[in-house]
Design a protein around this ligand. Sequence first.
Ligand SMILES: Cc1cc2nc3c(=O)[nH]c(=O)nc-3n(C[C@H](O)[C@H](O)[C@H](O)COP(=O)(O)O)c2cc1C
Length: 392
Amino acid sequence: MKPSALLARADRLLRPAVVRLPGGLAVRLYSAGRDRFLKRLVAEGEALDPITPPPELARALWGIQFRSPLGNAAGMFKNGQGYALCANQGAGYYLAGTTTAHPRPGNRRAGVTRPFAPYPRSGAASNWLGLPNDGHAAVAERLARVVRDQRIDGCPIGASLAASPGEDEDDQVAGLLDGLRRYADAGVDFLEINESCPNTEDAGRSWDPLADLRRRLERIAEEFLVGPGSGGSHPPVLVKLSVDTAPDQIPALVALLSELGYAGIDLGNTSTAYAARRRAIAPAERRLYDRFALRFGGGVSGRPLKETSLELARAGVEAAAAARASNSGRETPELHVLRTGGIETGADLTASEHAGIALDGWFTGYFEAFAERGHGLYRMVYEEALAVLGSS
Ligand SMILES: Cc1cc2nc3c(=O)[nH]c(=O)nc-3n(C[C@H](O)[C@H](O)[C@H](O)COP(=O)(O)O)c2cc1C
C-alpha cells in the first residue's frame, strides 16, 4: 500500500475519536494537516500505474470525450496541481481552481488558518477556507503545461474561476473575463464560474443576489461567449450554484443560462443551511459541527447534501429539456447538468445517470473513499455503479 493510502487509512481509524477532542483541537489538527496530506498525495500520483475506467461509462459532451462521468469537484486542486494523480486513478475529468484575479491566502480566525472540520461518522465536513489560490495568471500558466505535457484522451481539464471577493462589480467582471481568456488560451477543455462560495467577504453582502448574478452573467456572456472578445470560439462555460438554491428558481436560472449561451449548470456548492443539514450529522459530531458553524460559519459538504443535489440537478435536467424545446430553431449550445454534493458510491452515480445528469463531482466522498480503497477509489465506485446498472 502507498504511504498516502496508509496514512488515510490510519486517520480513518483515529478520526472518530479525534473529532471528539475538546477545545477546537480537531479543527486545528485537520486544518493544518490538509495541505500537507494533499501535497503528498499529488506527488505520489505521478508514479501510479494508470487505471482506465470501464468503456461503458464513457460519454461525449460538447464534443469532448469523458472516460466516465466522475471527476473531482472544484477546490481540491486549487492551483492546478494533481492532474497526473486524477488521470492515473481513473477519473473521468479533472477540475482545477477555484482561482481569482489576485492571489489569496485564505481565511484566518481564532488562530486557525483555512479552518476545516471533518465529521467521519456523517460522511460530511465543514470548511471556511476563503478561496485561497495563486490567482488566474499563475494557474493558467501551470495548466498550459499540463495540457501540453500530461493531458490524456478522455480525461479533459477544466478550470474553475470566481469573481474577486470585495471588489466592485466592474472590477469583478474584468477579473473574471481576464481569467476566462487566460484559461482558454492555456487550452483547457471547459470552464466553470463559481457563483456560490459561501466563505468570502461577499457572502451575504448583496440585497438582491439574483439580480447581481443575472447582471454579471449577462456581461460575461456579452464579452466572452458571443461578443467581439470571444474570438468566435471558446471552451464551454458552466455556472456553479449553491445546493441551497431554491428548487423553484432552477427553471428560470437554467432558461437564463441557455439563453445567454452558457453550456451547463453545476449543482452545487456547499450549504450554509446549518440547522437543516444538522439533522444529517451524527449526534456524536454535533458538538464540533455547532462549534464550527458558530465560530467560522463556512460551508457544509458531503452526505448531508446528497438528496438535495440530486433533487436540484434533476430539476435542472427537466429545465434544460424545456429550454431546448423553447429554443428550437435558434442556435444555442448544448446545456448539460452536473451534480456535486454527497457523491460517494456507485449507487450515487447510477442515480445521477437515471436522472439524466451528465457529470458528477466529488470532494468529501473522494477522501472517504480514498481512506477505504486508496488509489483504487475510482475503480471501486465504477464497479459498484456497473453492478447497480446491471441489476436494474
Ligand atoms: C475544503 C473544501 C474546499 C472547497 N473549495 C471550493 C472551491 O474552491 N470552489 C468551488 O467551487 N467549490 C469548492 N468547494 C465545494 C466543493 O467543490 C463541492 O461543491 C462541495 O464540497 C459539495 O461536494 P461534496 O459533498 O462532494 O464535498 C470546496 C469544498 C471543500 C470541502
